[in-house]
Ligand binder design. Structure first.
Ligand SMILES: Cc1cc2nc3c(=O)[nH]c(=O)nc-3n(C[C@H](O)[C@H](O)[C@H](O)COP(=O)(O)OP(=O)(O)OC[C@H]3O[C@@H](n4cnc5c(N)ncnc54)[C@H](O)[C@@H]3O)c2cc1C
Length: 398
């Protein structure tokens, strides 16, 4: 790791190139849920320049294309992908110190969890609760990864972006990425390559000498605070947060582990639905829900000269109070229990967490999609809510 003055980027992970004879060639080998056929062409790039040039060449060819990091949010069909897949394998992090903050510029291919481990070891706080999320740093802004009370949006400053439409390379500030709950402009509309990601974290070095160690950001997730035996808003040693999050995730099958078939998944398969407050009142009282915006609209006084009581109030913004529901609760209360599978299928609901769909061994992408459709239909029939998939589906539809 270096200071910014030298601007050199040092890898924080040792994941390098696979030996040629073991090089993966199918989506089943390239994704964590292990489904999917062969792309017509598979390329990989390990340096920033190589990545940009490769992607530009692929775009110039006019072929169908897909970028792939760790394949942990991608579920592919078993038919051939008629296009080019570019694996993003770039590595390196450069660091700039500024007062009590550090700015990191992270290459897109740097494995996310290796980055988190590194920042925790350095005493930099801000992403410790995002420990154990698989995949690459470049994919992290795509769905604004989040867990245990933190999300990427809290630390993201900007991305270095190569735009597919214009061909232009530019720095896009986080504020322009429309980052929201498991979404961003990159997931809905803005197509291109995230070359690198800029993060701002807290450097706890100065306070560590006073407080006796590097502390986390204030805890914002009740289950995490409980597991640590502290209160919401408390700050605890950074390493304890990482260790506890990893333990909680392992218990839910949400940590990549070759020995745990529940982890042969794409993480949560469905996002928590966001519905209007009035719709949420049609659900059973026991259905968990969290308010997303303030339902209280401020009173406004409108001069009579400006408004005659017909049509919308001038200048008013309509705020529909929204609430987030628990997809796991909806699934369980639609009669689908952990471990559920359709007859003869090799895809199953995780035995530890109803939100994850897993490949119990040799499942096809279509088997996963069938199970997903069944879950969707059950929840829709019971509660009138259509669950939306979180992963990117390649050649599959729900
Ligand atoms: C066990 C498990 C647990 C998980 N837990 C969580 C969690 O707690 N929270 C959470 O938010 N997610 C979670 N996920 C989902 C996943 O890990 C994240 O979405 C992660 O950011 C995906 O990274 P990836 O590199 O594997 O993406 P990939 O699957 O390789 O790609 C996902 C999408 O991003 C695009 N993409 C990849 N790289 C780039 C790039 N450089 N530029 C532009 N587009 C790119 C791809 O084209 C694709 O559309 C989990 C997944 C698993 C398997």
């Amino acid at each position: 790791m270096t200071d910014a003055a030298s601007a050199s980027a040092v890898p924080v992970s040792d994941a390098g190139t696979e030996p040629t004879d073991a090089a993966p060639s199918t989506f089943a080998e390239l994704t964590t849920i292990r489904t999917g056929g062969r792309p017509r062409l598979l390329l990989a790039a390990e340096t920033e320049d190589e990545l940009v040039a490769t992607v530009q060449d692929v775009w110039a060819s006019g072929e169908e294309w897909l970028l792939l990091g760790g394949g942990s949010n991608t579920v592919a069909a078993d038919t051939e992908f008629d296009g080019t897949v570019v694996r993003v394998l770039t590595r390196g992090v450069s660091v700039e110190h500024s007062a009590d903050r550090v700015i990191l510029r992270v290459q897109a291919g740097e494995p996310w969890d290796a980055l988190v481990a590194h920042t925790v070891a350095q005493g930099w706080s801000g992403i410790e609760a995002l420990s154990g999320i698989p995949g690459s740093t470049g994919a992290a802004p795509v769905q604004n990864i989040g867990a245990y009370g933190q999300e990427l949006a809290n630390s993201l400053v900007a991305i270095d972006f190569l735009d597919y439409e214009s061909g232009e390379r530019r720095r896009i500030p986080a504020a322009e990425l429309e980052l929201g709950y498991r979404t961003s402009l990159l997931k809905h509309g803005l197509r291109g390559l995230v070359v690198a990601v800029e993060l701002e974290l807290w450097d706890t070095a100065a306070e560590a000498s006073v407080l006796g160690g590097a502390l986390s950001r204030p805890l914002a997730f009740p289950q995490l605070a409980d597991a640590l035996g502290v209160h919401l808003g408390d700050r605890v040693p950074l390493a304890d947060v990482r260790e506890t999050v990893l333990r909680l995730r392992a218990a839910k099958g949400m940590l990549l582990d070759p020995d745990d078939t529940d982890a042969t998944s794409a993480g949560s398969f469905f996002t928590n639905p966001i519905v209007s407050l009035s719709f949420s009142r049609t659900l059973p009282e026991s259905a968990p829900r969290w308010p997303l915006n303030d339902p209280e609209l401020p009173d406004r006084v409108i001069p009579l000269d400006d408004y005659y009581g017909i049509g919308p109030v001038p200048g008013a913004t309509l705020v529909v109070p929204l609430v987030k529901l628990s997809a796991a609760w909806l699934i369980e209360h639609a009669g689908i229990s952990r471990g559920f599978r359709l007859p003869g299928s090799r895809a199953a609901v995780s035995s530890k967490h109803t939100l994850a769909l897993t490949n119990t061994g040799g499942a096809s992408g279509e088997e996963v999609a069938q199970l997903a459709r069944f879950v969707q239909q059950r929840v829709q029939a019971e509660f009138g809510v259509i669950l939306q998939p979180e992963p990117v589906l390649v050649g599959l539809g729900l």
